[in-house]
Design a binder for this molecule. Structure first.
Ligand SMILES: NC(=O)c1ccc[n+]([C@@H]2O[C@H](COP(=O)([O-])OP(=O)(O)OC[C@H]3O[C@@H](n4cnc5c(N)ncnc54)[C@H](O)[C@@H]3O)[C@@H](O)[C@H]2O)c1
Length: 289
């Protein structure tokens, strides 16, 4: 392999929920690595801001209105994404976390959380894969001795696709504090990742996930400076993170870029923690020796 490890030149990435927060950081990072970006979000103004930031940095991006809780909206959005050639990278990132405890969660909250955080991930992934497979033809993967190295041959067609699902440490451990419907949805995302990785491997589409710990977004940064009980929650988070700090959005985005790139050509079905060692630490364990 020559050139930078993560090179997305010639790739087209659809990133959901990229009007702000982590999604914007992912969109900017993938654009910085050379990918064309389709910014999918219900927040049109925020999506346009992301597009402006990418273009100002010399990248290429368009915003597309999409409600990932609505199958019709997803279908229309991926039609638009494919207008200038289908995406070959999908980052499922759009998510919500309306905190409600298990005995208090309303049917509506339960259904809406799963609709966005889990069903939305599946519907976007399926539409993405249908479009990419239908387009067929050689992906950007190189051929060595006549064999495709980065894509797999299906009925003579070769695709080189990557899905990266944004999960959470809450998908494999319980966070408490009303993160119940959210945690269940993220556990579903983890299994969705494994199922689709195996199902789509022969088609040349890799499917992986990142599982971040708490990310240093503006909201959490403000909380960490607040001496209230809520503010002290940050100390609770930090006690569980051996590296002793929250994740930066760019650190999560870097892991997404790696998994989307040909540097990860042999990696599929993986849930990659980006958590400073949080999942490695037993609740009764001590940090250091
Ligand atoms: N922030 C964290 O600490 C953290 C930690 C672990 C995992 N995550 C995951 O990262 C992802 C992004 O989180 P964030 O903190 O940036 O959240 P955020 O609320 O800042 O951004 C979420 C984005 O999704 C969009 N969105 C919401 N509903 C949508 C819908 N129905 N259709 C399309 N777009 C929709 C919003 O408009 C927004 O742009 C989520 O999947 C979240 O679970 C976040």
């Amino acid at each position: 392999m020559t050139g930078p490890l993560v090179n997305l030149a010639g790739r087209h990435a659809a990133v959901t929920g990229a009007a702000g927060g982590l999604g914007r950081s992912i969109a900017r990072t993938l654009a910085g690595a050379g990918a064309r970006i389709s910014v999918l979000d219900i927040n049109a103004a925020g999506a346009e801001q992301t597009v402006s930031q990418i273009r100002a940095a010399g990248g290429c991006a368009d915003s597309i209105s999409c409600d990932v809780a609505d199958a019709g909206s997803i279908a229309a959005a991926f039609d638009q994404v494919a207008a200038s050639g289908p995406a070959d990278i999908l980052v499922n990132n759009a998510g919500i976390n309306p905190r409600q405890a298990s005995l208090e969660v309303t049917d509506e909250t339960w259904a809406h959380t799963l609709a966005i955080n889990l069903t939305g991930y599946f519907l976007c992934a399926r539409r993405f894969a249908e479009r990419l497979i239908a387009a067929g033809g050689p992906g950007p993967g190189a051929a060595v001795n006549g064999a495709a190295v980065n894509g797999a041959a299906v009925n003579g067609a070769v695709v080189n696709g990557a899905v990266v699902n944004v999960s959470s440490i809450g998908g494999s451990t319980s966070l408490g504090r009303g993160n119940f419907p959210y945690g269940v949805s993220k556990g579903g995302v983890d299994q969705l990742t494994r199922e689709l990785a195996v199902a789509w491997a022969p088609r040349g589409i890799r499917v992986n996930a990142v599982a971040p710990c708490q990310i240093a977004t503006d909201g959490l940064r403000a909380l960490s400076e607040n001496p209230s009980a809520e503010g002290r929650l940050i100390d609770t988070f930090l006690r569980g993170i051996p590296l002793g700090r929250l994740a930066e959005p760019e650190e999560v985005a870097a892991a997404v870029a790696f998994l989307a790139s040909d540097a990860a050509a042999m990696i599929t079905g993986v849930i990659l923690p980006v958590d400073g060692g949080n999942l490695a630490l037993n609740a009764g364990g001590t940090i250091g020796e």
